[in-house]
Design a protein around this ligand. Structure first.
Ligand code: PRX
Length: 637
């Protein structure tokens, strides 16, 4: 069986693509017909990239959970919606059918309501990868509350920043989370965050690791106790809140060029349709298949391709609590065999790290259930692509290289599995509705094939971000001011002689470390918090496994003891301010930074030094003190 809007041949792709560009309103109205609306839209699209303003399906009323749960409850209640594999392979996995998931979402929707949550309230979710995370997210959507999921690796300070920015009234968390051989004390981190978060009135805590936690009277409640209360009242049905198509569905914070992460806002109808449409088409999902996206729901990939895309399509979505290398580097492959996974979607960094273990972890693994492989999050190098193709896909599974961003809500450029051509390390062709272009530094469009430039998108697709929470001007500045009338992605891109796109990486001050997006300015701000730091500059450098590593140049005053201990102090500072994911791989102490006469740090030079390109630093004559460059070169780590 195919979905009515599933593209099944290259010819059809070309025709659909052409139609989507010529007549976007008609095209997306046809797709939208296949969703459950409480009231049909009045206008398909209104937009201008000046303000910027984008509205899809204006006047329509729709609830995402009705599309993810209720409509499948009627037709396929016993199909597994979520299969959950725990961190520890010795423990039992869990399966939630559509009926069970619906039931649990009703329960937790009641809990939210009993605790005073209203439509439009913001709720921070800081949990490990357990089914309750999906239940919490969907319960928010059910009653019209706006979720802001914060990745479990962020520090108390980062959580507090996000809670304050969103004005969240509730936090949903766990006592702790398991990751490999570690237990992460999530509730404790939330307690630390709470010191600066007076808007939070309630914290609901799921029991998972039984890590001791301090439950504060009047504020903190156990998830299980709240569910029991609901059950004693018969767990009443919670009607799906009628949401305007453009009502907020969620906020997800992501890093940019400034020191402060921004809350990317996605709204209801456009997000749902984009998540679903891209899921069904990119992976060529067929009902009955098991889809395994290895991302964390704390990132956009998990939102779209573990939760909303698969569930809105009635698919079976596998979620995994643990890490690929524990108890051993065969963990993913065991999971694939155990659940007969058909679609595996992971990040190049995971592929490279597993590749480094060689063939042994693959011994005795069948992997024959696999039909489609996917990658996301960073450019995939050809070596990793071929390893994935040969050793995991056994050269019979198409690999989709999906390029997209937190801001785009789902894939914008990718081949469609087995339907459109693939090319190693190329994302290839745009999805219907996506009109990419390459521009030079002056914003001039670079036409023709066999060329490179900065990647922009010329018209809105249903899943484009609508604003940055609480600060619309920031959205305009960040995405629509570099090139007037164009959405600027921040990525560099090559278009080959056939018109296939290959994303080459960020051209702004955003790093991509193991697929995690981190702003250099954020890391600098964190380092600068240390009392001995005078100034710092952070750049990326190529890293075999992580894709990019973090290299910090630091001017430091007053070493207490040896430099390595001070390095440790700086790492601890970054962990506290952002989280362990942002810890620099290298810290070089310097006496000065290369600056122009106007005081601007010449990052280009530092980047070259970090990359080891010491002979081609370019013009250094405009520097205030060219000698610092020699010193930095000599001290390079
Ligand atoms: O640089 C691009 C890279 O990841 C950035 C977006 O990061 P984030 O918002 O965290 O979303 C990641 C998951 C979608 C992009 O600007 N990126 C993402 N996918 C690819 C990629 N780079 C190359 N190829 C990809 N397939």
């Amino acid at each position: 069986m195919h979905y009515p809007y599933q593209i099944t041949s290259y010819e059809q792709y070309k025709a659909q693509y052409a139609e989507s560009i010529a007549n976007p309103e008609g095209f997306w109205a046809n797709v939208a017909e296949h969703f459950t609306w409480q009231k049909k839209w009045d206008r398909v699209l209104e937009w201008n990239f000046e303000e910027p303003k984008v509205e899809w399906f204006g006047g329509g009323k729709i609830n995402v959970t009705e599309n993810c749960l209720d409509r499948h409850l009627a037709t396929q209640p016993d199909v597994p919606a979520i299969i959950w594999e725990p961190n520890d392979p010795e423990l039992h996995h869990r399966v939630l059918t559509y009926r069970e998931l619906h039931h649990k979402v009703m329960q937790f929707s009641n809990v939210l309501k009993n605790n005073g949550v209203q439509k439009g309230d913001r709720i921070c979710i800081y949990m490990g990868m357990i089914p309750e995370l999906v239940i919490a997210v969907l319960a928010c959507a059910r009653i019209g509350a706006v979720h802001s999921v914060v990745f479990g690796g962020f520090s108390a300070q980062s959580i507090a920043d996000r809670i304050q920015d969103a004005g969240a009234v509730m936090v949903i968390t766990c006592d702790g989370a398991y990751r490999g051989n570690k237990t992460v004390p999530l509730k404790e981190t939330i307690d630390d965050a709470m010191i600066g978060c007076p808007t939070v009135k309630r914290i609901i805590v799921v029991t998972h690791t039984r890590t001791p936690v301090s439950m504060i009277k009047g504020r903190d409640l156990w998830w299980e106790d709240e569910i029991k209360k609901v059950e004693t009242h018969g767990n009443p049905y919670v009607a799906p809140e009628p949401m305007d198509a453009e009502d907020l569905l969620f906020i997800l914070y992501t890093s940019g060029s400034t020191g402060k992460p921004k809350g990317v806002v996605h709204t209801t109808a456009g997000y749902l349709i984009w998540a679903n449409y891209t899921f069904v088409n990119v992976f060529q999902y067929r009902p009955g298949q098991v889809h395994f996206c290895t991302a964390d729901i704390g990132w956009i990939t998990g939102h779209t391709y573990i939760v909303y895309g698969p569930l809105s399509a009635g698919a079976t979505s596998l979620m995994f609590e643990g890490v690929p290398t524990w108890p051993d580097a065969g963990r993913f492959w065991d999971i694939v065999d155990k659940f007969k996974v058909n679609i595996l979607y992971t990040a190049p960094t995971a592929i490279r790290s597993l590749m480094a273990f060689g063939q042994t972890p693959l011994m005795g693994k069948s992997l024959t259930s696999l039909e489609v492989l996917g990658t996301v999050g960073e450019p995939i190098n050809e070596e990793a692509w071929h390893w994935y193709d040969e050793h995991i896909g056994k050269q019979k599974c198409p690999i989709v290289d999906t390029w997209w961003q937190t801001e785009t809500s789902g894939t914008l450029i990718s081949n469609l599995a087995g339907v459109t051509p693939s090319k190693p390390s190329f994302a290839t062709l745009p999805m219907p509705g996506v009109l990419p272009a390459l521009v030079d530094e002056n914003g001039q469009e670079i036409e023709g094939n066999g060329t490179s430039g900065n990647l922009v998108i010329k018209q809105p697709w249903p899943g484009i971000l609508r604003t940055t929470y609480g600060n619309h001007e920031r959205m305009r500045q960040t995405y629509f001011s570099a090139y007037p009338q164009l959405y600027f992605t921040g990525d560099g891109c090559h278009r080959d002689e056939n018109g296939f796109y290959r994303i080459t990486g960020r051209v702004d001050d955003v790093l991509n470390v193991s697929g995690h997006r981190i702003g250099t300015a954020e890391v600098e701000n964190a380092i600068n918090m240390h009392s001995g730091v005078i100034e710092s500059a952070v750049v990326g450098f190529p890293h075999d496994i992580k894709g990019q590593g973090i290299y910090a140049f630091v001017i430091f005053q007053g070493f207490h003891d040896d430099e390595n201990l001070t390095r440790g102090d700086l790492l601890a500072t970054v962990s506290r301010m952002i989280g362990p994911i942002a810890k620099p791989d290298k810290i070089q102490f310097v006496n000065g930074l290369p600056k122009t006469r106007s005081g601007k740090i010449m990052r280009r030079i530092l980047r070259k030094i970090a990359e080891g390109e010491l002979t081609s630093l370019g013009d250094t004559s405009t520097l205030l003190d060219p000698l610092v460059v020699d010193e930095i070169k000599e001290g390079r780590l």
